[in-house]
Write a protein that binds this ligand. Sequence first.
Ligand code: KIV
Length: 287
Amino acid sequence: MSANKIRIADVLASKAQGQKLTMLTAYDYPMAKLVDEAGVDIVLVGDSLGMVVLGYETTTPVTMEDMLHHAKAARRGVQRALLVGDMPFLAVRGSVDESVKQAARFLQEAGCEAVKLEWRQGIEDTAKAIVDAGIPVMGHVGLTPQTAAGEGGFGMRGTDAASAARIIAQAVALQEVGCCAVVIECVPTEVAQDITQRLRIPTIGIGSGPSCDGQVLVLHDLLGLYERFTPRFVKRYARLAETIRHSIQTYVDEVHRGVFPGPEHTRTMSGEEWVRLREQLGADDVR
Ligand code: KIV
């Protein structure tokens, strides 16, 4: 992928060019800046925010205001990557018109360049209306965390022929209403491969094997920052939680022992000014 700003046209062209897309989540300025500088193509302000940053058990409680607050911060860190805002559960439960309004807020208020929408029955109409309003949409099929609790929890989807066929049909439906890409979460490799071969638009896999046109991970999983659980499909490239914990314990210990701050972190007064101050205050007042 080029070093220039990534646009929707580049995402679409990547498939024909056989260029794998990289996507990672980011929810704030410093992380978004690092992800962007490292050359990731798409930064997703995912509603995984709810779990890995806000500490909820699921993504369901995340509000549109939460998403916008974090998307604005991520926007300030991203220069090259395409910035995508994830429509939270609560933003797509009203009328189609209301969902279009909420999607537009990601572009108008936070400077995102596309939105992502999880599959559920009837969502094609919402996706179409958002696309028709001129807002690029990325679909999301397979495991859809917003509705996972009612569908047997967080686990693989499409492991039997009937459910795999449904997921394939969902991905095709999202393409047909104009989505620019589809995230495929936690489906068997063969199913992801079938969808990838069937679609003209790129597929971006998570826990769905290597055949997808791109890959996405939650940044806090990749960095080892979220320790509550790690899905099997995650590769941890770092153990930052351990590094952070150790750094903070060392700080606490050094403050207790008087090692920090040391002379290199401290400024002293000139001797002349110190004498003047003592004279001003009366030598007895100052040690
Ligand atoms: O919210 C999120 O982070 C996501 C990714 C897992 C694709 O939807």
